[in-house]
Write a protein that binds this ligand. Sequence first.
Ligand SMILES: O=c1ccn([C@@H]2O[C@H](COP(=O)(O)OP(=O)(O)O[C@H]3O[C@H](CO)[C@@H](O)[C@H](O)[C@H]3O)[C@@H](O)[C@H]2O)c(=O)[nH]1
Length: 445
Amino acid sequence: MESKFHAFMFPWFAFGHMIPFLHLANKLAEKGHRVTFLVPKKAQKQLEPHNLFPESIVFHPLTVPHVNGLPVGAETTSDVPISMDNFLSEAFDLTHDQVEAAVRALKPDLIFFDFAHWIAKLAKEHMFKSVSYMIVSATAVSQLHPPGSSLGVLPPGYPSSKVVFRENDAHAVLTDSIYYERLYHQLTTSLKSCDAIALKTCKEMEGKFCDYISRQYNKKVLLTGPMLPEPDTSKPLEERWSHFLSKFPPGSVVFCALGSQIVLEKDQFQELCLGMEMTGLPFLLAVKSPRGLSTVQEALPEGFEERVKDRGVVWGEWVQQPLILSHPSVGCFVNHCGPGTLWEGLMSDCQIVLLPFLSDQVLFTRLMTEEFQVSVEVSREKTGWFSKESLRDAIKSVMDKDNDLGKLVRSNHTKLKEVLGSPGLFDGYVDNFVEVLADLINVKT
Ligand SMILES: O=c1ccn([C@@H]2O[C@H](COP(=O)(O)OP(=O)(O)O[C@H]3O[C@H](CO)[C@@H](O)[C@H](O)[C@H]3O)[C@@H](O)[C@H]2O)c(=O)[nH]1
């Protein structure tokens, strides 16, 4: 019988990282393994609802040290603008001694980590295994983080001519350049020095990119599958949304969400609202308040609320995205192509419209729109600006029943979903992954 292990998890202080790590923790706990999950103090509260096995998955709170430039009390990327990520990253690295103290006290068999490049060394010193777990797409890792790469330059032997940056992606590359150097060092060091690389994907989607990463790092790459969370049946969809959505015919509502990090400038936020209005369709737009404002209401275009009051809602708080996607009235999902979000969209029946902001989102978008052709992308100008007309056109192209592009992406999406949904596929990835981990732990260094 497979022996049980005790894993540490130490993800980057971003909900887009901590949540998928917790999904993996749930799968391990389901199989009888124990997990100690290292998190900043305040984040624990928000993560607790995702912990399905509180007896096996124990949070270990960390104090985020203060560094110059980081606002007092900031603990996760949700607390700071992207331009301050580097300060948070410095504070993250300064938790080294707290992590080491936990390791000494609790003696794990292995640790899952992503950005903490010093973990593999710590693991070797204390004689346990380290697994570098990448939750962004393999597509992004293979282009942005092979050894010797630089931002915006295609690495030699890269396996796609379609999944690439184009002229109008300068905005995304520019945003990433704020933290790329530091991140590049963190990720390449981690990927080189860990005992195993694990990717949150499957070969049916990103096989050639996974193989490329394996060749670049000269290491076997383990795949966990997408680690989709179990549907949360504990809480139904909030009444306000079930009531609103149920007013409309099946497949007619456009739902737009841009993940946990994207904050728009006010003018781009207004353009987004106007583009939704111009579709003439019912919509639910759930995005953060624009930069510098504390509510979405204060940034709405003039007269907008009155014009769309019977069919459109703009909401600045967290929504139950998976439950909204599975509501029968929702027919189109406009999103930023964050890895978690995209998988949720793929497993839904909605038409998919992509509006990526960061480099990894751009590359994953190209995979979906150009290789798999399951979605359409909103076109941008050279400055990175997207117009209300380009947003409207992208949405209309997939929502218009007679549009050829809309028919093509619907049919391709259905086929891909069938492949991904084949019985046992994702469970098989998890089973295999856990078996390999157990073997890894038993190998003496
Ligand atoms: O109102 C909301 C907003 C988001 N979500 C959930 O939050 C997750 C968002 O994850 P993901 O789509 O992966 O996107 P982000 O959190 O925006 O960011 C991720 O994607 C970024 C760009 O791809 C990476 O750089 C980050 O590291 C990674 O955290 C998904 O499960 C959503 O269902 C909700 O439930 N409700």
